[in-house]
Design a protein around this ligand. Structure first.
Ligand code: SAH
Length: 354
């Protein structure tokens, strides 16, 4: 990489070349540059975002996902609002500054009720709130933002149009992009992301994914391997490779500079040291699972997910050890977006007001 490439000006051609290379030295150099970029823009702090998987009901039928509505073998659950609040309270007790509320696309949670929950968490727990609940009408995103939600994760999954269509029988790529632009307009800190190693996914489209993160100027980027689920039509396909995921995290770090990038649970699932490796080539966030024990095993978007049997305290001490072993520290701020359009958030962080 030449100096301007190291500063983040990477052409599609160069990205493809990096994704294709098997030259160990070149790959090592890529990881080093990504790690240096992470240190320069994000520092050595790792942000912990406690994730509550509050419902595994889903109205969609995405071919890769174990929560898809056609999966009749999955035991379904919905947490009550009081259970979600109690779990968010635990997040606060563990000193996490952000709670992520994630679910399948479940319209049983009406927007009015979600707003009440968001307001209560903000008022009583002073946590930053990230939503990851799929596609909803603009007006619903708007009222949830007004209620106090700070961030929204909605991965574009793949920028390969025909592949997107094949994998999502009841979603449209245009709608996905529309939702992402609404969320941005409404003032959310927005996260997109992709899956790596989807059947039929080309290196060219992975390069497009990375360029899209840059084009959308997203605040957060979630990158994880595709892991085939035995109760889905993709049961006989291959798992995405760790090398490919790490390269994409590294290049995404270099081109997006200051986006928050998690070392995802999925990368920890395909390799016992996956999250540590991701944190050393660009990632700066971990999302510990704080879903109550009795529900965890049923939030099976993919099989063999890690941290299913541990309780939240155990996860926390494991993560503390991981962070320390990497010579990094756990952040005590909210870890809001560092993008220019949110310049006021940094002040809020300092004053400790979410
Ligand atoms: N309904 C929400 C949450 C979806 S689950 C939404 O639409 O945003 C969160 C993420 O899990 C998805 O964005 C997808 O990238 C990932 N995922 C789903 N199935 C997967 C699989 N088989 N392997 C790896 N990741 C998967």
């Amino acid at each position: 990489m030449n100096p301007s490439e190291e500063e983040g000006t990477l052409s599609k051609r160069k990205i493809i070349e990096l994704l294709k290379t098997k030259n160990k030295e070149e790959v090592y150099r890529l990881y080093q540059i990504a790690d240096k970029t992470r240190k320069k823009y994000m520092g050595d702090e790792i942000h912990l975002r406690g994730i509550i998987e509050f419902s595994n009901y889903c109205r969609r039928d995405c071919l890769y996902c174990g929560l898809r509505r056609s999966n009749a073998r999955l035991h379904r659950y919905r947490m009550t609002f009081s259970e979600i609040f109690q779990t968010a309270l635990k997040t606060q007790t563990l000193n996490f500054k952000t709670v992520v509320l994630q679910s399948g696309e479940d319209p049983a949670y009406r927007v009015e009720d979600l707003c009440l929950l968001i307001k209560k968490i903000k008022k009583e727990l002073h946590l930053a709130i990230t939503l990851c609940i799929g596609e909803r009408p603009r007006q619903e995103y708007e009222v949830m933002k007004e209620a106090g939600a700070d961030r929204f994760l909605l991965k574009h999954e793949t920028s390969d149009y025909p592949l997107y269509k094949r994998l999502h029988p009841d979603l449209f790529y245009e709608d996905r992009l529309k939702c992402l632009s609404w969320l941005k307009e409404l003032g959310y800190q927005v996260g997109s992301g992709n899956m790596v190693g989807l059947p039929g996914q080309s290196v060219e489209s992975l390069a497009e994914d990375i360029l899209l993160f840059k084009k959308l100027d997203v605040d957060m980027v979630g990158i994880g391997p595709f892991i085939p689920h035995y109760d889905t039509p993709l049961r006989n396909t291959k798992t995405g490779s760790l090398d490919a995921v790490l390269k994409i995290i590294a290049i995404a770090r270099i081109v997006t500079k200051n986006a928050h990038i998690p070392a995802t649970t999925a990368v920890g699932t395909i390799d016992p040291l996956g999250r540590q490796k991701a944190l050393q080539c660009g990632a700066n966030v971990i999302m510990p699972n704080i879903t109550p024990q009795k529900y965890r095993r049923d939030y099976q978007i993919y099989p063999d997910k890690i941290c299913i049997f541990e309780d939240a305290e155990d996860c926390h001490s494991c993560i503390q050890g991981m962070v320390k072993s990497l010579g990094r520290t756990i952040a005590s701020s909210f870890g809001h977006s560092l993008k220019k359009r949110f310049k006021n958030l940094e002040e809020k962080d300092e004053k400790n007001i979410p």
